[in-house]
Design a protein around this ligand. Structure first.
Ligand code: COA
Ligand code: MG
Length: 313
């Protein structure tokens, strides 16, 4: 995969937020592609999405073997949730073979690590179109370096062009901590500004955005606190490293009943004939604007997906 020279332009007529169907991404579990025991477990886990990692979790001397294992695994085993493959950086020399594998197994998305500029996205978009990747194949980007955070708005903006392949950011605090010297202490005081900066960039272009991993998988209290914080910051879900983290993430990033009742009331109110052409209405003594309708519909759609999952045998 080569680096692209020039980023595309944005279609200002396009509303970013209208681009992507609603997807449930409360729990995004990462699994090293060369860990056969972990791969075998996935079918029994309730993660919304799984990232099959060919990058940081796989040692350089195991890259080829891990890729082969993964192709074999995904050719024979697919679950309902999104299957995402995290490939290696372009400079590693592994990324082209990783991309070929991802297309061969028809992954739902490719996760690009250490994205630092729109050119990184453009390079992957070019490769995918030149190699006849399915149009439905999406791109996710790890924002995990200082330049990635600084350039997050321009990177997100590119996602609005080119058929909207780019649809999700993940913040990577392990790499960011290493490069900046800012550790992820409880509360993440000094990291919150960057987390919010990335969130704003993602939302500005209608992208989903996933909070960073919590390394201490034997600390459920600390994990729950961080999930709460991620949810309050507006994140869609959390990247996970261990099955023990799935239920809590699903709960914390799920739809709570009060919010769902409210959303349904807003949808019903705007559906009434007398409100058909109104931008703002009175709902039980509170002002509700039409802009709340989109939010309410998104929430109700998520609740419906959760309900359908529950109903499955
Ligand atoms: N996905 C699926 N299953 C997993 C898993 C994962 N991410 N992590 C652990 N498991 C499985 C283990 O295989 C084990 O099952 P087994 O007894 O049948 O082998 C079970 O869950 C319990 O695991 P445990 O013994 O508590 O942990 P471990 O020592 O096997 O693994 C890690 C700990 C951290 C090495 C492992 O969780 C891991 O590799 N996580 C992902 C790391 C990663 O992807 N990093 C890159 C992104 S930050
Ligand atoms: Mg990383």
């Amino acid at each position: 995969m080569r680096k692209a020279r020039k980023a595309g332009t944005t279609n200002s007529m396009t509303r970013a937020t209208d681009h992507h169907p609603v997807r449930l991404r409360r729990s995004v579990l990462c699994v090293p592609a060369d860990n056969a025991r972990a791969l075998a477990k996935i079918k029994d886990l309730a993660a919304d999405a799984v990232i099959f990692d060919l990058e940081d979790a796989v040692a350089p001397e195991r890259k080829t073997e891990a890729r082969d294992d993964l192709v074999r695994h995904l050719s024979a085993n697919r679950t309902d949730g999104e299957a995402i493959i995290r490939i290696n950086v372009a400079e590693s020399g592994f990324s082209d073979a990783d991309l070929v594998a991802a297309v061969a197994v028809r992954a739902d998305a490719i996760l690009l690590p250490k994205v630092e500029s729109p050119a990184d996205i453009q390079g992957a978009l070019d490769w995918l179109s030149e190699n006849d990747a399915p149009e439905t194949m999406r791109l996710w980007a790890m924002i995990e370096t200082p330049r990635g955070v600084i350039n997050a708005p321009a990177i997100a903006e590119l996602g609005r062009t080119f058929g909207g392949r780019l649809d999700c950011f993940i913040v990577g605090l392990n790499d960011l901590g290493k490069e900046t010297g800012v550790p992820a202490l409880p509360g993440r005081t000094y990291l919150v500004p960057w987390l919010m900066q990335v969130l704003l960039a993602a939302r500005g272009s209608g992208l989903d955005v996933i909070d960073a991993v919590y390394n201490d998988f034997r600390d459920p209290q600390g994990f729950a606190a961080e999930c709460r914080q991620g949810r309050d910051m507006g994140y869609d879900g959390k990247m996970l490293i261990h099955p023990a983290q799935i239920d809590e993430a699903n709960r914390r990033f799920g739809v709570d009943q009060a919010a769902l009742d409210e959303a349904r009331a807003i949808i019903a109110a705007f559906a009434r004939p007398e409100h058909a052409e109104k931008g703002v209405i009175n709902l039980d003594g509170r002002m509700v604007e039409r802009l709340h309708l989109g939010q309410a519909q998104k929430l109700a759609a998520k609740a419906q997906i959760i309900e359908q999952r529950r109903a499955k045998p």
